[in-house]
Design a protein around this ligand. Sequence first.
Ligand SMILES: [Zn+2]
Length: 468
Amino acid sequence: MSRRLLDRRWPWLAGAAVIVLAFLSTVIEIRPPDEWDPRPVGSVADIEALRERDDVNVLFVVIDTLRAERLGSYGYARDTSPKLDRLAASGVRFARHLAQSSWTKSSMVSLWTGLYPARTGINRFDQVIPEEARMPAEILRAAGVQTVGLYRNGWVAPTFGFDQGFEVYKRPVGVPPSPGVRRENPTISEAGTDEATVAAALEFLRLRGHERWFLYLHLMDVHEYLFDEDSALFGVRYSDVYDNSIRWTDGVLDFLLSSLADSGQLENTLVVVTSDHGEAFGERGFEGHARKVYRETTEIPLLVFFPFRLEPGVVVESRTRNVDVWPTILDLLGLELPDTDGRSYRPEILASARGEPLPDGEEPAIAHLDQTWARPEREPLHTVAVSQGTLRYVRVAQPNGVVEQLYDASGDPRELRDRAGEDPEAVARLGATADAYLELRPDWGEAPTREISELELGHLRALGYAVP
Ligand SMILES: [Zn+2]
């Protein structure tokens, strides 16, 4: 192991990963629910009482590139996610959850800050989160919580300001996959696997888990189409291999959560699982993400599991967005993320848990991508989608003008039939929302930029991104 990778203050990060890794792939197995889940059954009153507790840890897992509809709990026919499905059945599942972009960096800034991309101003490859941003890790740290982030995606590196508030913010050592593990995304050459991330997390928890903690894990094996023989259940097409990798990642999470259960920490940990964007499989002629903001690349899961089981689990049917995630988590814990474009859905969680009806109507939800984000020589080309009810309006910018499209998921669940010509009123109404959205500007002014080193660019290219 290279000496420079060893962090003196946090030797667990580099030192233990390799040792634990030796065991991990043989230990990963799906246990029956009663064996791994020691959490007591909780009630609505227990959800409300989270605010009074001072012992609740937060495990925040971002599974990069995870499409909601590929999970069993979101209606998928294939058994891609048995562990997550079981947890969803005893926690909260947000049924209609939207990422704010289809490109990791822009989407993750919105997730952390609760601000829409137009209000972060971070749409281009060289822009950085400014110091003024209020980050959830800063708020948790100020509340006396240990804050640790382990990431494998270069777009959320400290380079771009994502380490604000974290006492430890590291890319785990890039050990190669265990024998029998395959990586099938042909554009990926980045080293490392989520096993190493989980191993480092467990070692941190072993050493420091007795003090209250917030742990952010940014997993990449789905993005990289990584899986082993046991999870190779669904075939060999690109889209099948993606499903294999979800099944594999479900097993990696099973190992992590079972370990938390074994150490007694699941009973005082709030677990949140979400993503930064989805993945396209040729629905509109292209594969991958970070190109457009249609449903395939923006409809993602959001699952919340409490330190206790809910029987039955709760489904929040309201449209929610990644800008709502941290207002909601912090509100559940009695903390606050101020001045966001999102809001807390704690009231909807409580209402759904009580079986009460949710309020009628919903705000439009925005997804946004500057399609020239990786091209410094080109003018921005903003594509914006506005989702409301079953409708999705998409405003696609092209060098010679704007194309407006309208999809209605009722009767067209894959949203492939453009009906803009049939409903000009909806196009005008949602188009006006998109126009008003594009007028928004960040409170902090223009987002700063920075020179990105060849090494950093190399990391991003290794993820398959065509950066300069
Ligand atoms: Zn991503």
